[in-house]
Design a protein around this ligand. Structure first.
Ligand SMILES: [Mg+2]
Ligand SMILES: [Zn+2]
Length: 179
């Protein structure tokens, strides 16, 4: 079970990296509770091209993720993700060695295949929840089902390939648990 970060877990403000900008998306705690209770491994898959673009560093992303986990734990004691996978790249970036065309930037599937190798996940029965049509494309590229959420802070192009279009992770989790 793969989760995009910005717009699914925390509100997407566009290149969100300051811990003080962290705001949980409504419904995401309920969604995480449902998925964790059902025994899903939970892997965050996030494009952070702001690193390649020189807007922030990998350390900033780690600090933001730490605050995110801390906030989630205030609602779900002991919670942790099974992995957080980050693509720091962008071909139009300016910061070496991240300014490259890579295989891990979604809709590329390298972060998914890496996580599945590390955690023994079966991609074909997995799901990905994201807020961009490129998240859904990533899921489809890996033969998975992708669900697009619409209430994560930004309005992105509605995917025609999404298994479902729902407001938040809560409704996405309800659909996943029915299948
Ligand atoms: Mg997103
Ligand atoms: Zn990458």
């Amino acid at each position: 079970m793969f989760l995009d970060r910005d717009g699914v877990l925390n509100v997407d403000l566009g290149y969100t990296y300051k811990p003080s900008d962290l705001k949980l998306v409504p419904g995401m705690i309920d969604g995480l509770k449902l998925l964790a209770a059902a025994g899903f491994k939970l892997v965050v898959i996030t494009n952070q091209s702001g690193i390649a673009r020189g807007m922030f560093t990998l350390e900033h992303v780690h600090a933001f993720n730490a605050k995110l986990i801390q906030e989630i734990r205030s609602h779900i004691p002991g919670f942790s993700f099974d992995a957080i996978m980050i693509c720091p790249h962008h071909p139009k970036g300016s910061v070496e060695p991240f300014a490259i065309e890579c295989d891990c930037r979604k809709p590329g599937i390298k972060l998914l295949t890496d996580a599945s190798a590390q955690l023994n996940l079966d991609l074909e029965t997995s799901w990905l929840v994201g807020d961009k049509d490129s998240d859904v494309d990533c899921a489809v590229n890996a033969n998975m089902k992708g669900i697009q959420v619409t209430h994560g802070g930004k309005q992105y192009t509605q995917s025609k390939r999404a298994f479902a279009l729902v407001p938040t992770l809560k409704e996405a989790a309800e659909i996943i648990l029915k299948h």
